[in-house]
Design a protein around this ligand. Structure first.
Ligand SMILES: Cc1cc2nc3c(=O)[nH]c(=O)nc-3n(C[C@H](O)[C@H](O)[C@H](O)COP(=O)(O)O)c2cc1C
Length: 200
């Protein structure tokens, strides 16, 4: 069993990237790590938009307030939350519930659980939260390949949606800048185990 801690501890938010491109197989492996991420009800309420064109990257950088990681990264992965697709009785929900049920008919219990969840959840925030699982897996995978990432949640949502030409009902959740880092990893300053965990 491979230990994930080395990839987790060497991951850090890289604020400045080198010019060097990300090799296609590595990028694909990172995307695969995101694709197989878990999600509530198996909804996978995401899609990933890969941006390496200088012109589109520049529009994304503007939407992200010209943050250096976005402006300098050779490739950006925009993680898009599929909010409208989560509507009750949508074809998308039906097909995802069928997948969740192992490819067969959707049991009444699962339908009722989704209905109950949907009535109480804020679908928009929920979908964005799910996208962060995919992002986390991509960041750890990149780290284990010796690549750096920076998750970017600081953006003008409307400007980013326009730059990505998103249809209504899709919302940008996060931009992941990926590349070879020009910075060194700084000292990690986290809350202690005692501050973080409580035993009852
Ligand atoms: C959801 C999310 C959004 C973030 N948004 C930004 C951002 O907009 N700009 C940025 O420079 N860093 C951003 N970060 C990176 C955090 O600042 C960074 O992860 C945190 O300070 C911990 O440092 P480390 O990742 O190097 O361990 C974001 C991180 C997360 C998880």
């Amino acid at each position: 069993m491979a230990d994930l801690l080395p990839a987790l501890t060497t991951r850090f938010a890289c604020r400045s990237f080198m010019d060097e491109a990300v090799a296609e197989p590595a990028l694909r492996t990172i995307l695969e790590a995101g694709r197989i991420a878990p999600s509530g009800f198996g909804m996978e309420p995401w899609r990933f938009v890969i941006v390496s064109s200088a012109a589109i990257k520049s529009r994304l950088a503007t939407a992200c307030f010209n943050q250096t990681p976005v402006a300098s990264a050779p490739v950006l992965i925009a993680i898009i939350a599929l909010v409208k697709a989560l509507q009750l009785d949508s074809a998308y929900v039906q097909s995802r519930l069928e997948a969740e049920a192992g490819g067969g008919p959707v049991p009444d219990e699962l339908k009722a659980a989704y209905r109950g969840f949907h009535e109480h959840a804020d679908a928009r925030n929920w979908a964005i939260g799910q996208c962060n699982f995919a992002a986390a897996q991509m960041m750890v995978q990149a780290s284990s390949l010796g690549l750096a990432t920076c998750p970017i949640g600081g953006f003008d949502e409307a400007a980013l949606a326009a730059a990505l030409n998103l249809p209504s009902g899709e919302v940008p959740a996060l931009v992941l800048a990926v590349g070879h880092c020009a910075d060194k990893q700084g000292k990690r300053r986290r809350k202690t185990m005692e501050e973080t965990c409580q035993k009852l």
